[in-house]
Each structure stands twice: as structure tokens, then as C-alpha cells.
Design a protein around this ligand. Structure first.
Ligand code: NAP
Ligand code: G4F
Length: 347
């Protein structure tokens, strides 16, 4: 039985990855930050809370990181923990840099000293491409991060490569484009849209307020992407891989499709900060722009080429953009109708 240590097991990807590894016969150790409120709702929703071993962990504490690697001697380490919200990284740049870059160095050092043959996965990101230098973006496209988050992740990306080259460690980086699911954090735009529209349909007065709807993203399903992470650690040699769909859509398109999926018949009107989506049946505005959600610096376009992962790993995503939007919109409508908690967030 292989042992995997997952940091960020309480997050979207950590929960799906834990489920996937358990289904593949792994012992799963999950690092969890102490919190005054329960943060295990995702692994509870997947029904795996009693099948994973949760240990107290914080990426900013090198002592606990080393002692976990020493004690559990994991065969595979997946570093999914991060301050992962780009918007917050502008408000908390120093904290984001510490967690997303320095925290990764603590983990790499712990592996180097305590279990150097452990295989390591670093959650790198398409945010590193930022102001894109080529279309589509590939593993060899030059980076140009446009947020403290992107810059911090780029430092961690190069540290991962440096540990591989310096110490012959099996250290991989997955350059993952946006991936979403019904377990996505509510501050990210897709989930903010699907929760907000469901609430408006069920009687909420206030429209969904969004920032830049011109931004284009390459959106896939998280359940597909975690399989790629696992595959990256099963190869003969460590490498970098882009995981993406090869398609890109505006935020506005996600809104339009999510509204349709739950039965709105709505039309866009106005432009720029006066742009609105109005429900034709009731005449109510259901989406509007609030400049508060504009970012100081934006990533306008992301579209990745998954060719290398498809060729070398045999990875392929199963869920289309249309299926993803419908899945998220329908599940959030069900949650709202059932009165289930939706976990408030800033963003
Ligand atoms: P997420 O839902 O925001 O989860 C982040 C996880 O990190 C949570 O479990 C969180 O714990 C934990 N965490 C945050 N700070 C920590 C710290 N100081 N010590 C220990 N744990 C900490 O993110 P996700 O969407 O699953 O993404 C997983 C990883 O992939 C992240 O590194 C993200 O940056 C990266 N990534 C994501 C995407 C995407 O589209 N989803 C794309 C590319 C890369 P709490 O539950 O306590 O907050
Ligand atoms: O959903 P987002 O917050 O995701 P973003 O910034 O692309 O970052 C996500 O994907 C990265 C991979 O590329 C990950 F590394 C990262 O951890 C995270 O998972 O925003 C998507 C787009 C942005 O252009 C943003 O400006 O949507 C735009 N947007 C427009 N209105 C909004 C809003 N984003 C949010 N969160 N909230 C809005 O109201």
C-alpha cells in the first residue's frame, strides 16, 4: 500500500485527489490547518472523512512539515495548500509570498532531508503566464505573472525544478489552468455566479455583482485534473505538464450559460460598468457590474495546450465546458432549495 501526504486536503483539489487515491488503494494522510470552525466540509460531502488520516499542519511551520515527512515516510507528496485566491493576493502580498513560495521551500527541504526518494507534486498555475507571451500557452511559454499570487507560484515552480536538478529528486510541477466543480470555493468567479444566480432565482433581491466580465479563462473540471496530478507522479522521470482544455470563454459566457441552465430567459444590456443581465420574465436585473471586483492588474486571456500531457501521460479531460457549467449551476440550485449552507467568503 502506497502512502500519500496531501497538503490542502480541505480544499477543492485536495478533497477530490484524496478520494481518487483512496479508490486506488492508497493510505492518505491529509495536512489540515487548525481552525476555530470546521473546514472539512468537502471531504465530508465526498463521504471520505473517516477514510483519511488528518494531521495538524501549516505550510508556514517548517518543524511540523519535517516531523510529518519523518513520521509517515510518504511515497508521494502532493502540495496543494496555498493562499489560492488571486484577489486576496493583492491585499496580502507578503503573506501570499510566504505561504505560496517559502512554504514550498520548507516542504522541499523536509523531503530532501527526511525522505529524499518521495515523489513530489507542486501545484503550479496558468497564472504564471499572466500577460501571455504566446497563444496557446505550453510548458515552454515564457512566464509573465501579473499578481503577487502568480509571482509567488512562479518562485515555487522554479524551486521545484531546482530541487530536482540539484538533488535528483522526483519533483514535478503541474501547470494547471482553471478547474472548477461544485466543491469550488465560493469566492472564485464560477461558483460566485452559480450560487448567486440560484439565490436570485429563489427570491434574493440583490443581483449578482461581478468585476471584469471580459476576462477569458480555460475552464475544466477539477475531478479530471486531479487524475493528471496522480499520473505525473507515476512516470519514469519527473517533468512539467500543462493540464487544460484548449478552449477559452469569457466570464460573461459562463454567466449566460449558468443562467440558462437553471431556467432564466435573460438578455444583456448596456456596456462597461453599466452592463447588466435582465430577466425577461420579471424584468429584474440579475447580474450587474461592481468595480470593487476589478483587480489592480488583470490576466486577460488564458488558453492552454494539453498536448504534452495527452501524449506522455495519456491524460484527457472528460467533462466539457457546457457540462461543467450545468453541473455547477444545477447543484447550487439544489443546495439553495434545500437550505444547505453555502459558506460565505470575501471576493
Ligand atoms: P483551495 O480550494 O483554495 O484550497 C487551498 C487549500 O490550502 C485549503 O485546504 C487550505 O486550507 C490550504 N491552505 C491554505 N493556506 C495554508 C497554510 N498556510 N498551511 C496549510 N494549508 C493551507 O485551492 P484549490 O482550488 O483546491 O487549488 C489547489 C492548489 O492548486 C492550490 O495550490 C492552488 O493555488 C493551485 N491551483 C489551483 C487551480 C484551480 O483552478 N483550482 C489552478 C492552478 C493551480 P483551509 O481549508 O484551512 O483554508
Ligand atoms: O475565478 P477567479 O477568481 O480565478 P483566477 O483569478 O483565474 O484564479 C484561479 O485560477 C488560477 C489558474 O489560472 C489558479 F491558480 C488560482 O488559484 C485560482 O484558482 O477569476 C477569474 C476571472 C478573473 O479575470 C477575474 O477578474 O474572473 C474575473 N472576475 C470577474 N468578476 C471575477 C469577478 N473573479 C472573482 N473572483 N470575483 C468576481 O466578482
Amino acid at each position: 500500500m502506497k502512502t500519500a501526504f496531501i497538503t490542502g486536503i480541505t480544499g477543492q483539489d485536495g478533497a477530490y485527489l484524496a478520494e481518487h487515491l483512496l479508490n486506488n488503494g492508497y493510505r492518505v494522510i491529509g495536512g489540515v490547518r487548525r481552525s476555530s470552525a470546521a473546514n472539512t466540509w468537502r471531504i465530508e460531502e465526498l463521504g471520505i472523512l473517516d477514510r483519511v488520516e488528518l494531521v495538524a499542519f501549516d505550510l508556514l511551520d517548517p518543524h511540523i512539515t519535517s516531523s510529518i515527512i519523518r513520521k509517515y515516510q510518504p511515497d508521494e507528496v502532493y502540495n496543494l495548500a496555498a493562499q489560492s485566491f488571486v484577489g486576496t493576493s493583492f491585499d496580502q502580498p507578503a503573506y501570499t509570498l510566504k505561504v505560496d513560495a517559502l512554504g514550498v521551500v520548507y516542504l522541499l527541504e523536509a523531503i530532501r532531508t527526511e525522505k529524499p526518494d518521495a515523489r513530489f507534486y507542486q501545484a503550479s498555475t496558468s497564472e504564471m503566464f499572466g500577460l501571455v507571451q504566446a497563444v496557446p500557452q505550453r510548458e515552454d511559454t515564457p512566464f509573465y505573472p501579473r499578481s503577487p499570487y502568480g509571482a509567488a507560484k512562479l518562485a515555487a515552480h522554479w524551486m521545484t525544478i531546482n530541487y530536482r536538478e540539484s538533488y535528483d529528486m522526483y519533483a514535478c510541477s503541474g501547470i494547471l489552468f482553471n478547474h472548477e466543480s461544485p466543491l469550488r470555493g465560493p469566492e472564485f468567479v464560477t461558483r460566485k455566479i452559480t450560487i448567486g444566480l440560484a439565490e436570485v432565482l429563489e427570491g434574493r433581491e440583490a443581483p449578482v455583482q461581478l468585476g471584469n466580465m471580459d476576462a477569458k479563462r480555460d475552464w475544466g473540471f477539477a475531478g479530471d485534473y486531479i487524475k493528471g496530478m496522480h499520473l505525473m507522479l507515476q512516470q519514469d522521470k519527473a517533468d512539467e505538464y500543462v493540464l487544460s482544455t484548449g478552449e477559452t470563454y469569457e466570464v460573461r459566457e459562463f454567466v449566460t450559460r449558468a443562467a440558462q441552465a437553471i431556467g432564466f430567459d435573460a438578455e444583456w444590456e448596456g456596456s462597461e460598468i453599466d452592463e447588466k443581465l435582465r430577466d425577461k420574465k420579471t424584468g429584474k436585473v440579475i447580474v450587474e457590474v461592481n468595480p470593487e471586483f476589478f483587480r489592480p492588474c488583470e490576466v486577460d486571456l488564458l488558453i492552454g495546450s494539453p498536448a504534452k500531457a495527452e501524449k506522455n501521460l495519456g491524460w484527457k479531460r472528460d467533462v466539457s465546458f457546457a457540462q461543467l457549467v450545468t453541473m455547477m449551476a444545477e447543484q447550487d440550485l439544489e443546495r439553495v432549495r434545500a437550505g444547505k449552507p453555502l459558506y460565505n467568503a470575501i471576493g
